[in-house]
Design a protein around this ligand. Structure first.
Ligand code: BDR
Ligand code: CA
Length: 323
């Protein structure tokens, strides 16, 4: 099993990321970051989810309350006041470890070979770990993130939420030498679940599947009313699914940088894939990968296409395998 650290801010879709990760990957620890909600709440939410899944042996470490530079922006309109509104979960019995998330990330990566990092919230903890110990970027195998976009944003026309919340941290990570596998909003919009999917979760009937159904019910409600979507995007489940089965996602190498200053574009992931340009990028990309890169060497794989059917198969199977 691949060894991973999952840095997250649960969050409904983060909860699905946890469900996939703890069953299919060797999760060395879950670290939390203020993002969708306060650090206190997202940490509590991570603990609650692990209890439902009977995975209380996985350690949880709380990280930063918010970004180093910018003020914290949260997303109650999507995730509710608790960060995980919808299911009625008891207060967790287990507690987060005393160690700070950043210390855990540094120590684990420095002492363990081939750790893959996963980040489904703002990149503050990961950036801080790399700043304090730059060898983290050499020692870690790679990072998979939900964040950014190869096309347009969601929080602003140009920026996706996780990058928008802490662009300085994202800048640090994308320029660290660590290969970034980026599941941007362009990809995760293809992962859209409706009430039909929720019904199937209910039919599966395990504790985990019931939790998934309750989470999805709330998340569909907020996504439809706030964003006028036709369902809920399980953004954060995508990078985890990608690690579990690389065939689920098609990605291309590109250079990605982070806009820090733009009046309209702060937090934008500026993706240079001109070397792959065809007449219709998202169709021709795979057929024209022969031109020389024009800009800087690729530092990332930008995800473009999701095999949604196979993604759902993986998710159903996962929920069946829990109690
Ligand atoms: C991202 O923002 C958060 O609200 C979600 O949990 C996801 O990580 C999507 O833009
Ligand atoms: Ca998230």
């Amino acid at each position: 099993m691949k060894k991973v650290i999952l840095d997250c801010d649960p969050g409904h879709d983060d909860a699905f990321a946890i469900m996939l990760a703890v069953q299919h990957l060797d999760v060395l620890g879950i670290t939390t970051i203020g993002g969708n909600c306060t650090l206190e709440n997202v940490t509590k939410n991570a603990l609650k989810i692990l209890e439902v899944l009977d995975k209380t042996d996985i350690p949880v470490y709380a990280g930063h309350e918010g970004p180093m530079v910018a003020p914290l922006v949260t997303a109650p309109q999507f995730h509710g006041e608790t960060g995980l509104d919808g299911p009625d979960l008891p207060e967790p019995k287990i507690k987060a470890k005393k160690k700070h998330a950043v210390d855990f990330i540094i120590e684990t990566v420095m002492n363990t070979d081939d750790v893959t990092l996963i980040a489904t919230g703002p990149l503050t903890n990961i950036a801080e770990a790399i700043s304090r110990e730059p060898r983290v970027a050499e020692r870690a195998k790679e990072i998979y993130i939900m964040g950014g976009s190869v096309t347009f944003g969601n929080w602003t026309p140009a920026a996706e939420f996780n990058i928008f919340v802490d662009p300085e941290a994202a800048y640090r990570v994308f320029n660290s030498g660590l290969l970034v596998n980026m599941c941007g909003i362009n990809l995760t919009r293809q992962c859209c679940l409706t009430f039909e999917h929720m019904q199937k979760f209910r039919e599966i009937g395990t504790k985990a599947a019931n939790l998934a159904a309750d989470l999805l019910e709330f998340f569909i409600g907020s996504s439809v009313s706030v964003s006028k979507l036709t369902g809920a995007n399980l953004h954060d489940a995508c990078p985890v699914a990608w690690i579990i089965n690389p065939k689920l996602i098609k990605a291309v190498p590109m250079h990605i940088d982070i806009e820090l200053k733009g009046e309209y574009t702060r937090g934008m992931t500026v993706c240079d894939y001109r070397h792959l340009r065809g007449t219709e990028p998202h169709i021709d990309l795979y057929r024209t990968p022969t031109m020389e890169p024009r800009g800087e060497a690729p530092n990332a794989q930008g995800a473009l296409e999701l095999d949604f059917e196979r993604f759902m198969d993986l998710l159903y199977e996962t929920l069946k395998n829990y109690n």
